[in-house]
Structure formats: C-alpha cells, structure tokens
Design a protein around this ligand. Structure first.
Ligand code: PLP
Length: 476
C-alpha cells in the first residue's frame, strides 16, 4: 500500500479537515472539563495497557485517534484546566495561547541563531520588552540595554543559567576551563523551591555548599541570618557567590525582603537572583507591584507566564542585568554555526542564553495571549483571582473550626483544621477523592497545611464559592 503512493504526508486539504476536528475536540474538552473528576483516578499501568502492544503497520486518519484519546488518555488526565483546580500553582492555558503554539508548531522554526529565523528572535525580544513595561520591571532588562530577557522552558533551567553566569563571573571563567576548584557557596531560604538544590548540584557547586537560611514567622528569609551565614563562610575561607531570593514561595507565597537581601549581596559582591515563578504575574496590576520591590537591585529575575498568565507550558521569562555575564558563561561557537550576522555582533543569538542549542518559537503564544487579552484584560482576571482568594480567606477565618497559617496578600490561602494534622490530612483526601475539586498540601512550621490557589483560567467566583461549601461540609 505504502509503495504504490507517491507520498503518505498529510495534504493541505487533509490537514485543514483534521485540524478542524482536533480544534473541535479541544473546544468540546473545554466545555465539559468542569464536569470531569479533577484528579485522575487511574491506577499505575492503566493508561499504558489501554494502548495496543504493537504499533500500527498501516497508517490511518488522525481523526481516528480522537475516540482513543477519549477512551485511553482522558481518564489518565488530571485536569489542570478544570475551573475546580486549586492545587500546587496553576499551569493555566487559554484559547489564544493554544492557537499561538499551534502556529509555532506549523512554522516548525528552530531559532537557535538570529540567522536561522530572524522573526523567532525579534518577536521574542519584543515580547520580553513588552513584559518589562507590563510588569514595571527595571529598564536594564530591556533588549536595548546591557541586559535583556530570554524565554526558557522552566525556572529550573533559568536559575541554573543564573548560577553558571555567577560562577563564571566570580571565577573569571576558570570553572568552565578547569572544573570547579574554588570553595564557592550559595544561599537561599529554607522555603525556596527544591530546584535550587538540583541546579546547585548540576552546576558542580555541591549541595553541601548551599546554605538554607532561616525564615521569619511569615516564612520570608531573615536578612540578618543571611548576613551571619555569609560572614561565617568568609571567615572559614569560603567564597560566597550566589543568593536566590523568592517572591512567592511554593509552600505559602512568602515574599523575601529583596531590598535588604540586595544590600547584603552588594556589600559582598554576590550575584542576586530573584525567583518569582508564579507571583511575578501579580505585578501586571500596579496595586500589586509592591511585591516586586527591590527587583531593580537583582542581577537576574525569572517568572513563569506558564503558571498564572494564561500562556500554556512552557514559557519562562528570564532576565539578566548584564547579558555578557550570561553569554560568557555559555557561548561556544563551532565553525558550522558561524554566520555573518553573528560575526558582526549586530544580533542576539539566543542559543548563548541557555543550555540547549535548539529552541522553539515560544514567543508566538505570548504574543497571541497579550493581543487577545490586552494589558487591561490580563489585569482584570488577575484582580478577580486575588479578590476571590481574599473572599475565600474571609470564609475560612469566619469558621471557628479552621485557622489560616500564613499571610495571603495574593491568590494563595494556606489553612487547616484546628483539630490537627490527622484531621486536616483526612479532609484533604476526602475532598480530592470527591473529584469535585483538587487542592494540594504542604507543611508550615511543622503543621499539615491545605493550599488553595486561585489562578485557573476558567475559574469563576461560583466555583470558589462551591469549593468552600464542599470544604466546609466535608469538615463535618
Ligand atoms: N520556583 C517556585 C517558587 C515554584 O513554585 C516552582 C514551581 O512551582 C518553581 C520554581 C519551579 O518551576 P519550573 O517548573 O518552571 O522549573
């Protein structure tokens, strides 16, 4: 059969027809996702065994895959796009984002160099410059300055790049040449995200050289504890080189005091990196921009539009104050990538701004999202999420059975049953097993804590209200 045909590729006409069916499938999914159990209930191996053991010998229409998506895949999906998803931090998507991503896939561009598709680089530069304006970030993050921004796949990758840039800056390129022989030490808080430890290991610093600095009663880093740790390390002959502060920690959305931390970094010539993975999006609204106070003093900054800014995974915005520190740590130029534009130094080659060489055209989905919502549309939804989280916190506070365990200036509420850890854990399990909503947990000051994060694209006030009714009645 295959031999008789000239080509088995999908024709433009077939693509058009199948594409309509696939978009319809996604639109149908969005329409019904609210009614699906949020947390998948499949057992390990169920999805694997629902697929045939042998690959198909002959090809078939893509539309024949759709019934199998419903049968085999959907039951194994935890519905991150459900309006009843309140777990972890959101990883929200939206119509314009999906369509922008589709265009990126259609163009199939690999934008490692400016020359391999100038638009891939320049749309990205423009989107990152727009974000600087939209979030009130410092001017030195603009592409027209000494610094600039780049889209990466994750905060984990971006922080690794910040560590590498800081490492090479302090060792004057020696670690890259000789391996890391200097006694470098990095610092973050006990509440920082776990990717820090992974990145420190990958960068060859060694997890024993990562200091976890104590936090205050609001779970924010204590600057005086940071200062003391640095002094002790210096006295012991170590070289402090990197601090990661967090705007919005994963457990409780705590805000580290960036201004004070930056002063300690300045005094000791230490690279300051700021991780605002989810909370960074709040700065779209001028009234929440105080959360970014001090970011202008940081050497690098990262946040994920793929968490709370309606842009589907993956889309991480990473900014540096001095692009040369980053490029010097990562750039390698083999003969086969040499070209006139790069040689002339007139362009940005983003391959030097992260670990992978190849890169997708991720800026397109950001462009589609920003154009669809406009700045005021994005602000509207962020304000709603924060207002509903505050309303939810009000209901929790008014109920004597519950207590709130951390400040909640934005869209995360941390709470628990006063009756203790076991009762709180049982409550969470019961809620999640109901399929009606999905919350996750953490431990704060040793106490089992439920996390309720409002940030899903499709969540409306009625969902938050229904969630509270469910929680309240499940609590007995
Ligand atoms: N930093 C914080 C504060 C986070 O909450 C998370 C994930 O939720 C991360 C970093 C890791 O993000 P990524 O998956 O983009 O590496």
């Amino acid at each position: 059969m295959a031999d008789e045909k000239q080509s088995l590729h999908m024709s433009a006409e077939e693509f058009r027809a199948a594409g309509r069916d696939v978009i319809d499938w996604i639109a149908d999914y969005y329409e019904k996702v609210e009614s699906l159990p949020v947390l998948s209930t499949v057992a390990p191996g169920d999805v694997y065994h629902a697929l045939p053991d042998e690959p198909p010998h002959s090809g078939e229409s893509v539309t024949h895959v759709l019934p199998d998506l419903n049968r085999a895949v959907l039951p194994g999906i935890t519905h991150w796009q459900s309006p009843n998803f309140y777990a972890y931090f959101p990883s929200n998507s939206s119509g314009p984002s999906v369509l922008g991503d589709l265009v990126s896939s259609g163009l199939g561009v690999q934008g490692m160099l400016w020359a391999t598709s100038p638009a891939c680089t320049e749309v990205e530069m423009k989107m990152l410059d727009w974000l600087v304006q939209m979030l009130g970030l410092p001017q030195h993050f603009l592409s027209s300055s000494r610094g600039g921004g780049v889209i990466q796949d994750s905060v984990s990758s971006a922080t690794l790049c910040a560590i590498l840039a800081a490492r090479e800056q302090i060792t004057e390129g020696k670690c890259n040449e000789e391996g890391c022989r200097m006694p470098l030490v990095a610092y973050t808080s006990t509440q920082a995200h776990s990717h820090l430890e992974k990145d420190i290991k990958v960068a060859g610093i060694g997890s024993r050289n990562l200091r976890m600095v104590d936090v205050d009663s609001n779970f924010a880093m204590r600057p005086e504890a940071l200062d003391r740790a640095i002094e002790e390390d210096k006295a012991a002959g170590k070289i402090p080189f990197f601090v990661c502060a967090t705007i919005g920690t994963t457990s409780s959305l705590a805000l580290d005091p960036i201004v004070e931390i930056a002063e300690i970094c300045r005094k000791n010539a230490i690279w300051l990196h700021v991780d605002a993975a989810m909370a960074g999006t709040a700065a779209l609204c001028p009234e929440f921009r105080w959360t970014n106070r001090g970011v202008e003093l940081a050497d690098s900054y990262v946040f994920n539009p793929h968490k709370w800014m309606f842009t589907n995974f993956d889309c991480t915005a990473f900014y540096v104050k001095n692009r040369h520190a980053l490029i010097n740590s990562l750039s390698i130029v083999p003969e086969y990538l040499r070209n006139q534009a790069s040689n002339a130094g007139a362009v940005i080659d983003y391959r030097d701004w992260h670990v992978p060489l190849g890169r997708r055209f991720r800026a397109l989905k950001l462009w589609f999202v920003i154009r669809h919502y406009g700045v005021e549309g994005l602000q509207f939804h962020i304000r709603q999420h924060i207002a509903w989280a505050h309303e939810f916190a009000g209901w929790v506070k008014a109920d004597a059975r519950f207590e709130i365990l951390a400040p909640h200036p934005l869209n995360l509420v941390c709470f628990r049953l006063k009756s203790g850890d076991d009762a709180s854990e049982r409550l969470l399990k019961q809620l999640n097993a109901s399929g009606k909503l999905f919350l996750s947990h953490t431990k704060l000051a040793g106490k089992y804590t439920l996390r309720f994060c409002v940030g899903q694209t499709h969540t409306e006030r009625r969902h938050v209200e229904a969630a509270w009714k469910e929680i309240s009645s499940a609590a007995g």
